[in-house]
Structure formats: C-alpha cells, structure tokens
Design a protein around this ligand. Structure first.
Ligand code: TXA
Ligand code: MG
Length: 320
C-alpha cells in the first residue's frame, strides 16, 4: 500500500488484482465496505483484461480525447477484478491518470492499482503530501510526495454502461467537453442536490456524508458587488453575535472585504478547484465556526467546484 500523487488528488493505492491488498485500503481509510474503488492504469492495453465488453465508439472517443487525465469511466467488469474492489458491483471504474509519478508507480508495479483518495473517510481529499500525512500518519507505510495536485478536485466519474455518458461525479473533464466528444451527455440529477431519505444513488459514493467543515458554511451567489456586500453583512453579524467567522473569496475580491478575515480561493473556477480542499482544511485549523463562501457559475469546471462546495455546505445557498 502506498499513497501517491495524481493530477486530481492523492490516492491510496494497492494491487487492484489482489483482494487482500485492496481490503487493507478500506481498513486504512476507515472506508465503508460498499463504496467501490477506482482502478488506475498506465497504458491503454491494461483496460481490456479489467472489463467484460468492448468499449463503445463513444468510450473510445472519450479515452482518445481525455486520457491520460482527470477522467474515470465505468464499464461492466471482468472476473479478473476482485469484488473487494467494486464493492460487489458488476461494474468497474477505470482511470488513466496523467501525473508522471502515478504512471511511474503503475509501470513499476506492472499491474493496475486500485486507489481511492488518500484521506481518512469523511475528510476532504488530500491535495498535498502533507494532507495525506495529517490523515494517514501511522496508517500507511509510504507516501510519495509529488507536490500540490494541479486540478485539486477528484476526477470526473462517467457511467458508460448506458446509451449516453452519464456524469456521476463532475470533475476536471467538463460536461461541455464530453458533449463535444460524444454528441451527448447527462449529468446525474443527484449531483447538485442533497440525496433524499433512503435514495439509492447510481454511485455509492454519493450516499456518504461528504466532508463538511466544523463551522457552518453558507454559499452566497449573485453579482460580484452584491455578493461582497451580503457576505460582509453576514460576517459582521456573526462577529457581533460572538462567532468566529471566515470568508472564502475569489482573489480579486479580497480587498473589498477590508480587514475581515478571509482566505483566497484563487482567481477563477479552476483556481477554486485547486484551492478549495486546502481552504476547507485551513478553515478548521483556524477554528472558524461561521463560513461564508463566494460561488462560481456551475458550468465548465465550475460544476465540480459547486458540487463539492455545495455538499460541504449541505447545499445551503443564499442569493445576494
Ligand atoms: O481523482 C480521483 O478520482 C481520485 C484519484 C486518486 O484517482 N480518486 C478518488 O477515489 O476520488 P474515491 O474512491 O475517493 O472516489 C471514487 C468514486 C466514489 O464516489 C465511488 O462510489 C465511485 O467513484 N465509484 C467507483 N466505482 C464505481 C462503480 N463501479 N459504479 C459507480 N460508482 C463508482
Ligand atoms: Mg474519496
């Protein structure tokens, strides 16, 4: 078992074809046994043995356009993939990451590597080796440090078992790109709302409580000026009520918040993807108990940002 960088987030990897090795990943993370792992490959010819059908022309086109990269495709699984990896499902999620260290690791192992994000279950995905150490010290024998992850949010998970690619988890590969490559795309409707009581999502990962900061998080959306003014009011009220508030804002808006305590989320949606998980960890470290975050439009990589931010806030969004 080894933690390693990818361009999305750090993963916690082990031999994907060895059920015992895979079980140790679940133990180290404290991961529920019914939440399947992604299998990582470093060459296209590693895909065939993992799946039980020929990839469709659409899947081929997506692989050509977006692999190696931040994209995970779901196919019917072959018998070579242990049930421990897929948590009993008859499908397997496969990703070909672009990060050179991830590829070198898979090459060196000369077998596919099963890896979830390298956080303790319920914590934000790690985007630096330090984050992995914070969560996993004493639980994993080795962490490969590849510096901060470029994308900063987990890969786009796309179910390829139906007629049209269906996004189960948005990420660095956007719906716009998939639409352009495949001529169609569906975003699963559970992506931008809380799950209903007893609902069985298509991706088991949707059902688990995602990371939420210790402080109550409110997302404020609207025009830039209105958002700054609304967040400033909310912050001042929280402070007056004896709370310890914190603002999460786009870099360019920071001066407008004056002396209020604020963390930068970068310059745009891509910057926010890169900065978000680190900012949420920092917010806890600072002991903030009332968090107010700016929003970005939910298109392009902004869909992934608003999905993660939305879940962290239990979809508590207000209009400025
Ligand atoms: O960017 C990433 O995807 C990172 C890096 C390490 O590759 N990995 C990652 O893994 O985020 P994890 O385990 O934290 O998230 C995998 C998600 C989970 O929500 C899981 O439920 C879903 O993919 N998943 C895995 N196999 C699936 C399957 N056969 N059907 C539906 N969803 C699946
Ligand atoms: Mg995860």
């Amino acid at each position: 078992m080894v933690a390693f960088p990818t361009e999305t987030v750090y993963g916690l990897g082990a031999d994907a074809l060895n059920a015992d090795a895979v079980r140790r990943i679940f133990e180290a993370k404290g991961r529920p046994g019914d939440n399947p792992l992604i299998v990582h490959i470093s060459a296209l010819d590693q895909l065939g043995p993992l799946i039980s059908v020929e990839p469709s022309p659409m899947a081929r086109a997506l692989m050509d356009a977006c692999w190696p990269g931040p994209m995970t495709l779901i196919f019917p699984k072959s018998d070579a993939v242990p049930m421990a990896v897929t948590a009993g499902l008859d499908t397997v999620a496969v990703r070909f990451p672009a990060h050179p260290a991830a590829r070198a690791l898979i090459d060196a192992a000369s077998r596919p590597i099963a890896a979830p994000s390298a956080n303790r279950s319920g914590r934000p995905s790690p985007t630096t080796a330090r984050h992995v150490l914070e969560d996993m010290d004493g639980r994993v024998p080795m962490i490969l440090d590849g510096g901060p992850c470029e994308v900063g949010l987990e890969s786009t998970v796309i179910d390829m078992t139906g007629d049209v690619p269906r996004i189960l988890r948005p990420g660095g590969v956007t719906p716009e790109t998939i639409e352009r490559v495949c001529g169609g795309v569906r975003v699963d409707d559970a992506v931008m709302r809380p799950l209903k009581e007893g609902e069985r999502p298509r991706s088991p990962g949707m059902k688990y409580r995602h990371y939420a900061p210790r402080g109550e998080l409110t997302i404020v959306q609207g025009g830039a000026e209105a958002v700054v003014s609304k967040i400033s009011d909310l912050y001042d009220n929280a402070l007056a009520a004896g709370n310890s508030p914190l603002i999460l804002a786009l870099e360019g808006h920071l001066p407008a918040y004056g002396g209020r305590r604020a963390l930068s989320l970068g310059r745009d949606a891509a910057g926010m993807a890169h900065a978000l998980f680190n900012a949420l960890r920092d917010a806890d470290a600072l002991g903030a108990d009332a968090l107010f975050s700016e929003a970005v439009p939910a298109d392009g990589v902004g869909l992934a940002v608003m999905n993660r931010l939305g879940r962290a806030a239990a979809f508590n969004v207000v209009d400025a």
